[in-house]
Design a protein around this ligand. Structure first.
Ligand SMILES: Nc1ncnc2c1ncn2[C@@H]1O[C@H](COP(=O)(O)OP(=O)(O)OP(=O)(O)O)[C@@H](O)[C@H]1O
Length: 275
C-alpha cells in the first residue's frame, strides 16, 4: 500500500514553527500539488515525508508503516536536480539503481540487465531515449531535470515527491517537465506530491491541491473547488502576479491536462485577484 498519511505534523526549528499541526491523507495513485509562498513550509513538509527531517510532533505513514528515515520506495526530485554533469543521460538515470547495487558495481556499470533496461525505459518515459548518450552538461535545464525524473523512476519507487522541480526553469520547459512528471506518475501508478509556487502550472497539471500558509494547512481540495478565493486564502496580501508564470511556447510534453487556465486569464484581465 503506498497511500500516505500525514497526521498532526508539527515541525519547529527553534522558535520557528515551519509546520503547525498539518494532517491529510493521499490515496494510492493520487497526484497532489502543494502550494504556498516562500517560507510557508512546503519544503519542510516534503522533507518530513521523505524522512529527511524528523517531525517535532505527529507522524507520517506509508500504508501502515511510519516514515522515520529515507527509504528506497520514496523517490525525491529536487529543484537542483544534482545530476552528474560529466556523465551521459543513461549513466545518470542508472544511478537511480544505487540502492540495489554495491558502489563498485555501480562504478563499473555492472548493474543487472533489468536495471539497465529500466534506465532506458525511464529515459523513454521522459522523452530522452534518443539523447541517452548525450552528456548531461550539454543538455538544457529542462532536459537535465527530466534526467533527474528518470533517475527517480529507476529507483523503482511507489511514492514520488518533488520539491519545486521547475522553479529554475523557463515557462516552456516548466510545462514540459510537469507534463512528463504527470505522465510518469500516471503510467506507473505512483502516489505523487509536488510542491510548486506557480498557480497556473498547478491548475494545469494538478488534480488535488493542498495550500499551506505560515505552516498551517489552509486548503485541501480538488480542481472544482480551487478558485480565486482559495488562492487569496493561500497567498493572502501577497501580490500573486509573479506566480502566474506565462505559458510557454514549447510543446507541453505528454500529460498536460489541457485544463482551462482561467486563473491566468483573470490575471490578464485584472479580474478577481487579491492584492
Ligand atoms: N533547517 C532549518 N533551520 C531553521 N529554520 C528552517 C529550516 N528549514 C526551514 N526553516 C524555516 O521554516 C520555515 C518554512 O521553510 P520551508 O523551506 O519549508 O518553506 P518553503 O515554503 O519551502 O519555502 P521556499 O519556497 O522558499 O523553499 C521558514 O521560516 C524557514 O526559514
Amino acid at each position: 500500500m503506498s497511500s500516505i498519511t500525514v497526521e498532526g505534523l508539527t515541525k519547529r526549528f527553534g522558535e520557528t514553527v515551519a509546520l503547525d499541526d498539518v494532517s491529510f491523507e493521499v490515496p494510492e495513485g493520487e497526484f497532489v500539488i502543494v502550494l504556498g509562498v516562500s517560507g510557508s513550509g512546503k519544503s519542510t513538509l516534503l522533507r518530513c515525508m521523505n524522512g529527511l527531517e524528523t517531525p517535532t510532533e505527529g507522524e507520517i505513514r506509508i500504508g501502515d508503516t511510519p516514515v522515520d528515515e529515507p527509504r528506497p520506495d520514496i523517490a525525491m526530485i529536487f529543484q537542483q536536480h544534482n545530476i552528474i554533469a560529466q556523465m551521459n543521460a543513461y549513466s545518470n538515470a542508472l544511478t537511480g539503481s544505487l540502492n540495489r547495487n554495491t558502489f563498485l558495481d555501480s562504478l563499473f556499470q555492472r548493474q543487472s540487465e533489468e536495471d539497465k533496461l529500466q534506465a532506458l525505459d525511464a529515459l523513454d518515459t521522459v522523452g530522452l531515449l534518443d539523447e541517452a548518450q548525450q552528456n548531461a552538461q550539454q543538455m538544457s535545464g529542462g532536459q537535465q531535470q527530466r534526467v533527474g525524473i528518470a533517475r527517480a523512476l529507476v529507483q523503482d519507487p511507489t511514492i514520488l515527491l518533488a520539491d519545486e522541480p521547475v522553479a529554475s526553469l523557463d515557462p516552456g520547459s516548466s510545462q514540459q517537465v510537469m507534463g512528463y512528471l504527470r505522465t510518469a506518475a500516471a503510467d506507473r501508478g505512483l502516489t505523487a506530491v509536488i510542491s510548486l509556487h506557480q498557480v497556473n502550472l498547478a491548475r494545469k497539471f494538478g488534480e488535488r491541491f493542498i495550500g499551506l500558509r505560515d505552516g498551517k494547512k489552509v486548503f485541501d481540495g480538488y480542481r472544482d473547488e480551487f478558485d480565486m478565493d482559495v488562492i487569496d486564502d493561500i497567498y493572502g496580501d501577497i501580490d500573486t502576479e509573479g506566480m502566474f508564470a506565462p505559458d510557454g511556447e514549447a510543446d507541453d510534453g505528454p500529460g498536460s491536462s489541457g485544463g482551462s487556465d482561467d486563473a491566468s486569464t483573470k490575471r490578464a484581465t485584472g479580474g478577481g485577484m487579491g492584492q
